[in-house]
Design a protein around this ligand. Structure first.
Ligand code: AMP
Length: 286
């Protein structure tokens, strides 16, 4: 019997909570229980499979699931070369090479002969091999950042978001091997009958991600101020301009990057806009 498209979703760790939020924001209705490995989605032909983020590449490569959510770093660490359908904008981090404070090693070449402790042995080995630098990889599951203190290694390669863990452990980051974030991946052998649903999932996830970094802005303004306002808002396209009952006044609508709001709102006010409303966007398909 054919089963619906299966999406592998992290059930633990840093990617778990934001992944569940993405599924809900994309409008998927499901019950998440601690016990069940797979859970049907009630309103879409889709099945969720809750697994560890680092198992996702393998499970998708093997066709146990057609789609999966995982980190770019975990993809790099796995054997599987899976196509990335969408970048999901959370779980951002970098895989960084670091040495104890005061060590004079800045470039990959300076690490020659080092023992490098890392949670990402495969990606680390590949990186140094690409640079023609010989290192000894010391694979560790956790506590990578204490390896130099324990005399286990001269350097570490570990994931960093803020960098505070390295700082606390007297380590100084020297260069990045990889930039990571959560991504939606697909199996290479995805069957024809699963394509449509896979494309729908991709469109919906991208729409949520696009909406999150933008706001819908509505305002009233004198018609004479429209040119100035259009210059302030670098919108998707020309803003919507609607005449108001009050002679010489218009309403403007536009989409603004969240990062731009800080600059845009005071400028709009100065240009004569009033009644400015900033509204979240649940989904956006540009
Ligand atoms: P977990 O080990 O299950 O918590 O998941 C770790 C995954 O979360 C990593 O493989 C990354 O894709 C992602 N991540 C995001 N920020 C960080 C961070 N600062 N440290 C470790 N993992 C991170």
């Amino acid at each position: 019997m054919s089963r619906p498209v299966r999406l592998a979703v992290p059930n633990k760790g840093r990617l778990q909570e934001p992944s569940t939020r993405l599924l809900r924001d994309a409008g998927l209705a499901f019950e998440q229980t601690e016990r069940a490995l797979t859970v049907p989605v009630n309103n879409v032909e889709l099945e969720l499979m809750f697994v560890r983020a680092d198992d996702v590449p393998e499970l998708v490569a093997d066709g146990v699931a057609e789609l999966g959510i995982t980190g770019v770093d975990l993809l790099a660490e796995s054997d599987s070369r899976l196509p990335v359908l969408a970048e999901l904008g959370y779980g951002r981090c970098r895989l960084v090479a670091a040495v104890p404070n005061g060590t004079r090693a800045d470039k990959p070449e300076d690490f020659a002969g080092y023992r490098v402790a890392t949670s990402h042995p495969r990606a680390t080995a590949a990186f140094f091999a690409d640079h023609g630098v010989e290192v000894t990889i010391v694979p560790l599951r956790g506590s990578v950042e204490v390896a130099p203190k324990l005399g286990v290694s001269e350097a570490v390669v570990d994931l960093v978001s803020s960098g505070s863990t390295m700082l606390v452990n007297g380590l100084s980051p020297r260069f990045s091997l990889l930039e990571s974030q959560a991504v939606l991946v697909a199996g290479t052998a995805i069957e024809e009958r699963h394509m449509t649903e896979a494309e729908r999932v991709t469109t919906m996830f991208k729409a949520v991600v696009a909406g999150r970094s933008r706001r819908y802005v509505l305002m009233n303004a004198p018609a004479a101020a429209v040119d100035a306002i259009e210059r302030i808002i670098p919108g998707l396209e020309a803003p919507t301009v609607v005449p108001l009952a009050h002679e010489g006044m218009v309403a403007l609508h536009s989409v603004v990057d969240t990062d731009e709001l800080w600059r845009v709102l005071p400028d709009l006010e100065a240009a004569g806009a009033s009644g400015i409303l900033v509204v979240p966007i649940a989904q956006m398909v540009p």
